[in-house]
Ligand binder design. Sequence first.
Ligand code: IFM
Length: 444
Amino acid sequence: MTWTRNDFPEGFLFGAATSSYQIEGHGMGGAGPTHWDSFAATPGNVVRAEDGARACDHYTRWPEDLDLLRDLNVDIYRFSTSWARVLPEGTGTPNPEGLDFYDRLVDGMLERGLKPAATLYHWELPQPLADRGGWRNRDIAGWFAEFTETIMGRIGDRLWSAAPINEPWCVSWLSHFEGHHAPGMRDIRATARAMHHVLLAHGRAIEVMRGLGLSNLGGVFNLEWADPADPDNPADVAAAARYDAIYNRFFLGGVFQGHYPAEVLEGLEPHLPQGWQDDFATITQPLDWVGLNYYTRKLIAAAPGPWPGLTEVQGPLPKTQMGWEVCPEALYRFIMRVANTHAPDLPIYVTENGMANADRLQGGVIDDPERLAYLDAHLAQCRRAIADGADLRGYIIWSLLDNYEWALGYEKRFGLVHVDFESLKRTPKASYHALERALRRKGG
Ligand code: IFM
């Protein structure tokens, strides 16, 4: 690492993140079925049809995982709560084992000096709610409010921060337009409704948490920079702007400005639910911070065919195991854009950043210089943004553990800690050890 904790402003926080379905082992502890289980069971959706039934068995191994976080010297643990573990039917009677699990987990974080940063929903929708239309059904805002009340009523008093929904773009566009994630739909009308309802549910959850007296509430947005494939071609420039509007400005604009970009309405307005304009009072509930998940940028070209009329083009930059270009500069641009345009008064956190790499255990060690270089380069852009006046307060790495990378199964390794998916043995990688040294506290 080319930096230490002391190169950041006093009080700047570091963390590591995971999510429930990706690590817990959904087959344990009385959790109900989710749309990810059905999606994974459908041939062709997920590499080797892998699912989250066992994952990293964090459900039983959580004390070891929290020890790893403590020993890494991070300040924050960003985790998520599984709706289907807490409410197996999606609404109604809670699963006491599920509530007890999160109760113990939060206490375990506090005992180890970690700040618990909860995300309520990281993608595993209870199947009974998917059966009722899932994110396409406006009632989801009420169902989500009930889940929020139930889980936050139990653990909310001990959280450092909370955010309703991880990555609204993935919940809606990736899952209903591109069909790459559960429920695997490819339908423009379903997409428009899911995009709007995910923001409505976000707003309802914020209202509920404020009502319960919780503070330090935020929103977590995944952002992807869009550059025109040919900057001299006006059609490509317009296509990149459409991509940016769909991916980034729809969600940030909805939550912070109370409107949707014209480039998106051009395609989706006829499919939005009736009276959508009236929901902005709920959607724009004031927040205490904004979280940015950033990984890559895309080169976008115009394409024939109906809206949005665009296609992705291979870029020239070095790529991660995901095939994603490494472009640290765009993280800087996003931090500055959010700081200057969308949320000028709010603290910003990078709530996810990291890379998948084909890490291999050799002679008991895992060398991952690629990950170190990736983290180094992105943290340099964070320091640049701070120097240029952005109120950036923290940086959270995806991910603590190698885990279930959704439709790509267990093959893509994002962890600072290697997981052997046969034995479930955890082995910290070289990047973990380097971070542990960089993050030592004064006198530590
Ligand atoms: O693994 C995912 C995570 O669930 C959400 N953000 C992006 C990560 C890497 O693809």
